[in-house]
Design a protein around this ligand. Structure first.
Ligand code: GLN
Length: 490
């Protein structure tokens, strides 16, 4: 059986029907990893034996007629900033290179409880800081569509792994676009859920008020399937939302519910900065919805222009505090050159943090310092509130907002690495959703003249993931972008 044609849901159904065994599926994935991983570099670690043991157990239970979980036998990958009791949890940082977590992140527990087969942990920008995975302190990941280009970031390993069929689905984390942007660059589906919908327990913190875990998948249905597994309240994460206040639904079941009188908002001025090819793909995507009877409304969201500025104050401020725990004492790397305890801190941090992480710790510490707190941090929080307000008033006029995922397609490796501002600008369309806490999805909507994928971003009101997925599915049904595969696979 040619497994690369299958989505996670199709594979799961075939395994359940006995048409393919879970072991066969895992072996097919590891065979492709053997062939392609030396080029793609999506994984920091893989767990062949462990995965095959889990797969064999799923097969045994299926034969015995015992109940199995929603992802029974499906090979999945997890970004390496989510704690696992097996292997290391590195965050692609030298400071955590040998860190072995004593517990599993809640999402990992949920994957295991659903009988998913965890194939490995994926590469990322160090501590999820970046847009290209070039900031990984451990290795380089390339874009499966063009190996001279970046896969996007920070969940570049997860997106490249799904696109190159080195797993059937993956988890990423999104603080300012890190699921949606790499998904867009790699031609796969990436969902950032509402802040609080998915537990962050065991996710190594970057910007705690912005971070959210979500699925990277081949199809919208797979995204819904993954959400069915990972969404929900977690007593271990006080920011995960009470289900009585915002119920979790069966996202797969609601996927094909017809959406009548769909009202889509676009923000013409804001979208105008994107490359011509990206804009063209966007216009064509909107036309698909028009043909399906959707009404398009033009809206103004005046504060979106300040999203990047506010984000880089808030995210770095939170990061500077979150990363203070890497002191050479509690976790990971300790300098061998330290002669007193102050040097244990300073030398361990100086030796093992990468350049971008240091830049952000300095920026954040500065923004929080007593003389500048009001001028920068407090101001940024006020801007954040205005951006939230923009979304609230927008959603009074529409069901969802559409815009590009990124202003460009995947750029060349090395192209932006020495120009942090250019790199930061690649998140212009994704960051506002994190500041406002609303969910957003990236779906494949075309290719540029060089056959590089383009993503359509759809944003919905908080906790409307069911609607968001259904809207994305409407588009997927009408188009075949999601069925295209990078040439490297065949
Ligand atoms: N690219 C953004 C940054 O560098 C977002 C990263 C993320 O979402 N983790 O901070």
């Amino acid at each position: 059986m040619v497994t690369e044609e299958l989505s996670a849901r199709q594979l799961r159904d075939r395994i359940a029907a006995g048409q393919i065994t879970s072991v066969e599926a895992a072996e097919a994935v590891f065979k492709r990893i053997e062939e392609l991983e030396p080029v793609i570099g999506a994984y920091i670690s893989t767990y062949h034996d462990r995965a095959l043991e889990t797969a064999a157990d799923v097969d045994r239970r299926l034969i015995a007629g015992e109940p199995v979980g929603r992802l029974a036998g499906v090979p999945v990958a997890v970004k390496d900033n989510m704690c696992t009791t097996f292997g290391a949890t590195t965050c692609a940082s030298k400071i955590l290179e040998n860190f072995h977590a004593p517990y599993n992140a809640t999402v990992v527990e949920k994957l295991l409880a659903a009988d998913a087969v965890i194939v490995g942990k994926t590469n990322m920008d160090e501590f999820a800081m970046g847009s290209s995975t070039e900031n990984s302190g451990l290795k380089q990941t390339v874009n499966p569509w063009d190996t001279t280009r970046v896969p996007g970031g920070s969940s570049g390993g997860s997106a490249a792994a799904v696109a190159a069929r080195l797993c059937f689905a993956a988890l990423g984390s999104d603080t300012g676009g890190s699921i949606r942007q790499p998904a867009g660059f790699c031609g796969v589906v990436g969902l950032k859920p509402t802040y609080g919908r998915v537990s962050r327990f065991g996710l190594v913190a970057y910007g705690s008020s912005l971070d959210q875990i979500g699925p990277v998948t081949r199809t919208v249905a797979d995204s819904a399937l993954m959400m069915n597994v990972i969404a929900g309240h977690d007593p271990a994460d006080s920011t995960s939302v009470d289900e009585a206040a915002a119920p979790v639904c069966d996202y797969l079941e609601k996927l094909n519910e017809p959406l009548k009188k769909l009202k889509i908002a676009i923000v013409p001025e804001f979208g105008a900065g994107a490359d011509e090819q990206v804009q063209k793909a966007m216009t064509e995507a909107i036309d698909v919805y028009k043909k399906l009877g959707a009404q398009i409304v033009e809206i103004d969201m005046p504060h979106l222009d300040y999203a990047i500025a506010a984000y880089y104050i808030i995210a770095t401020a939170e990061a500077s505090s979150n990363l203070a725990r890497y002191d050479g004492v509690h976790y990971g790397h300790r300098s061998e050159k330290a002669t007193d305890y102050v040097e244990v801190y300073s030398k361990s941090r100086a030796e093992a943090f990468g350049k971008e992480v240091k830049r952000r710790i300095m920026l954040g510490t500065y923004a929080l310092s007593s003389g500048y707190y009001d001028a920068y941090y407090l101001k940024a929080l006020k801007v954040r509130n205005l951006i939230r307000g923009d979304f609230t008033s927008a959603f009074e006029k529409c069901d969802c907002i559409m815009m590009p995922v990124s202003p460009t397609v995947a750029f060349k490796i090395g192209e932006k690495i020495d120009d942090p501002l250019q790199m930061y600008l690649s998140d212009i369309y994704t960051i506002a959703a994190n500041l406002a806490g609303v969910p957003g999805i990236s779906v494949p909507c075309g290719f540029d003249q060089n056959n590089l994928p383009i993503g359509l971003q759809i944003l919905a009101p908080a906790f409307a993931e069911d609607k968001l997925l259904a809207i994305a599915r409407m588009f997927e049904k009408e188009t075949d972008w999601h069925t295209k595969m990078p040439a490297i696979i065949t």
